[in-house]
Ligand binder design. Structure first.
Ligand code: BDR
Ligand code: CA
Length: 322
């Protein structure tokens, strides 16, 4: 199984991604860093505890939960999105706020996890990039030992979901997004280009509810779909941004990729805050000097939906969908 250190802002699709990992023997989450984002860091931590409480199996108790960032590197107070993820980030569910045992407030515990697993470790970031960027600020050499990075974020030549051009994780902390993408190698970016195709329809959710044994899935995705349906009556279901990103770590055949240089607009205000720009011109090097080494990242632009559908449904309903 792939060893995964997950950085997230534990809203609805983050939670579905964690459930997918728990249901899937190929993924072993060894640590969970909870940041502000969809909701506050405190709510994100409580949500992880709540999800863990749904499973009574031993190996889940061993997952280390670490408190991450409370505000973005830009310094301003975060803007939460209760209308999408619910007041506490779990749709209508109000998790027990006292369930804070087993949470580490020691950010250095992240270092120990990375030192333990090194080039066996895959880091998956499905929230704002503030805590991950902090690791690059403090531990450059250590971060180079990590096998690979999978980042949910960005929108390339497609509309954003916060502004006309910007996606939520990069918009939430554009300084952090820039910092990670200008320092990390072996990065795969899973942008809105593919995550908005990774739709869970109400029929899929009802089937999982009938034959699976995770009633929280319907509770969460019905709430999530209500938001999207109110905005776009023609949408067929709700986008599972974070689930698709976690699936990408060992199911790369679901995607088509391009390796391109990426720039993040670090404006604090305005439509272009957090915009992700890639240079797709054959001679493109994002304006770097001729002799300058240009860092590129692997970006997913195409998704094989039937593969996503079959594999997601198989894991979440415990059935075989061939
Ligand atoms: C991303 O932003 C968050 O709201 C979701 O959980 C996902 O990680 C989508 O833009
Ligand atoms: Ca998220």
């Amino acid at each position: 199984a792939k060893k995964v250190l997950l950085f997230g802002d534990i809203g609805i699709d983050d939670t579905i991604a964690i459930l997918y990992a728990y249901m899937n023997d190929d993924i072993d989450i060894v640590g969970l860093v909870a940041d502000y984002g969809n909701i506050s860091r405190e709510n994100a931590l409580a949500n992880i505890q709540y999800v863990r409480s749904l499973f009574d199996s031993k190996e889940i108790e061993d997952v280390q939960i670490i408190a991450g960032a409370e505000i973005p590197m830009t310094g301003e107070p975060p803007v939460y999105v209760p209308e999408i993820h619910g007041e506490y980030g779990l749709g209508p569910i109000i998790p027990d706020p006292d369930g804070q045992d087993g949470i580490s407030e020691n950010f250095h515990d992240i270092v120990e996890i990375i030192e333990r697993y090194q080039d066996e470790l895959v880091i998956v970031n499905i929230g704002r990039l503030t805590s991950l960027a902090t690791m690059f600020l403090l531990y450059q050499d250590l971060m180079r030992k990590v096998k690979s990075y999978y980042i949910m974020g960005g929108a390339f030549w497609v509309p954003g979901n916060v502004t006309a051009v910007s996606e939520a994780n990069f918009h939430g902390d554009p300084v952090a997004a820039h910092l990670v993408l200008s320092n990390a190698d072996n990065v795969t970016i899973i942008p809105l280009n593919v995550t908005q195709q990774a739709i869970a329809t109400p029929e899929m959710v009802d089937y999982i509810d009938q034959v699976g044994d995770l009633p929280i899935v319907k509770t969460l995705l019905d709430y999530y779909y209500d938001y999207y349906k109110d905005r776009d009556p023609y949408i067929q279901g709700s986008p599972l941004h974070d689930v698709l990103t976690l699936m990408a770590i060992n199911q790369e055949d679901m995607f088509t990729f391009q390796n391109l240089p990426v720039q993040i607009v670090q404006a604090r205000e305005g439509t272009e805050r957090g915009q992700s720009i890639a240079d797709i011109r054959p001679y493109g090097n994002m304006g770097a000097e001729a002799e300058e080494e240009v860092r590129t990242h692997r970006i997913a632009f195409g998704l094989d939906y039937p593969k996503f559908y079959t594999r997601f449904m198989t894991v979440m309903s415990g059935q075989r969908f061939e």
